[in-house]
Design a binder for this molecule. Structure first.
Ligand SMILES: Nc1ncnc2c1ncn2[C@@H]1O[C@H](COP(=O)(O)OP(=O)(O)OP(=O)(O)O)[C@@H](O)[C@H]1O
Length: 328
């Protein structure tokens, strides 16, 4: 399989009404740095499975170094089940950038490029193999993602998620109706979350995570699951967070959503940051890349073209000199 066979699950259509897009992408008034990601590497260890198949689809996979047990241990464990090969997936490879208060940062890239892994690493859910993440505030999805429990009702999860975000029980109760209304789940709020559709679950997670006014709001595709009214509410909420000098990260396969909501875009490809800059500039380059690869797929041409690394900036020029180049 060549690189041109990679999944291109990308929606190039505008996702918002044209009147929402008048005047192009939103512009950030930047505050202080809120997040520094410095030469971040994330490596997953995978037990068993077919590492070669994953590698052929573009992932950076290699056999892990596993210490050979001593002869004594091997004799003792003879007859026990063989665990199979251990491989490592190098999902994020040397990403560095600085985010500022007041920015809405989109993260784009084809399937498996490392977007979700990067987001989860920023929230602290995955430890770095090397490099560092420094945050000046609490990323909002940290508590909620970690805390929500499928066997409990939406009502209980709103309480648990709210508490995890630092709200008091009284504050959660005060915001309960607003969260349910935002998530648009009606009486399902009294049902266990395992009975929800994935869209309902994603909407409730977003509603809970934005119930507190977070310093850093992380959204992974949640907006793709809502109707036009939910998208409008989400957009208003993102603007509110930014206006309160918070920072928003948004992972989406919809370029229209990114263009409508973000002030800056990071383009990740095979775990590396290939472009970082103002929304329109990065979106245009990314769309051209996707078009090129779709053409390559249809003509079944062998050997794909990888995106070229671009000079990176934060979308406004401010602090560009503070950012270091991505390393691989
Ligand atoms: N828990 C895991 N264990 C092992 N490998 C993983 C795990 N999660 C992700 N990966 C691998 O890490 C790489 C990056 O995956 P990630 O989900 O971050 O990409 P993505 O850009 O968010 O993809 P998508 O757009 O399809 O959601 C891929 O090669 C994927 O197969």
């Amino acid at each position: 399989m060549t690189e041109s066979d990679l999944h291109l699950d990308v929606d190039l259509d505008a996702d918002f009404e044209p009147e929402d897009l008048v005047g192009a992408s939103p512009v950030a008034t930047l505050g202080d740095p809120v997040l520094v990601v410095d030469d971040l590497h994330i490596v997953y260890r995978v037990f068993g499975g077919n590492a070669n198949a994953a590698a052929r689809s573009g992932a950076h996979v290699r056999d892990a170094e596993v210490k050979k047990p001593s002869l004594f241990k091997r004799v003792l464990s003879s007859g026990s089940q063989h665990v199979g090969a251990v491989s490592e997936v190098h999902a994020v490879r040397g990403i560095s950038f600085v985010a500022y208060h007041g920015e809405a940062i989109g993260i784009v890239g084809i399937n498996g490029s490392g977007k979700s892994t990067l987001l989860r690493a920023i929230t602290g859910l995955i430890p770095p193999a090397s490099g560092s993440v420094y945050t000046a505030g609490e990323p909002a999805l940290l508590g909620v993602n970690a805390a929500l429990m499928p066997q409990l009702t939406g009502e209980r999860n709103i309480m648990i998620g709210g508490l995890a975000l630092g709200l008091t029980p009284k504050e959660v109760e005060e915001r309960f109706d607003e969260v349910v209304e935002f998530a648009d789940i009606g009486d399902f709020v009294y049902m266990p979350m395992k009975t929800y559709s994935s869209g309902m679950g994603a909407r409730l997670r977003f509603a809970i995570s934005s119930a507190a006014t977070p310093d850093i709001l992380m959204i992974d595709e949640a907006l793709a699951t809502g109707d036009a009214a939910f998208k409008a509410r989400s957009r208003a909420r993102i603007e509110e967070v930014r206006n309160n000098a918070g920072t928003v990260f948004l992972v989406s396969h919809s370029i229209g959503t990114i263009e409508a909501l973000c002030t800056r875009v990071l383009w990740v490809h095979q775990g590396e940051l290939v472009m970082d800059g103002p929304t329109m500039e990065v979106a245009e380059a990314y769309k051209a890349f996707v078009h090129e690869h779709r053409k390559a797929n249809t003509s079944a041409r062998a050997g794909g073209v990888g995106p070229r690394r671009r000079r990176r900036g934060n979308g406004s020029g401010k602090g560009d000199d503070k950012q270091t180049a991505a390393s691989s």
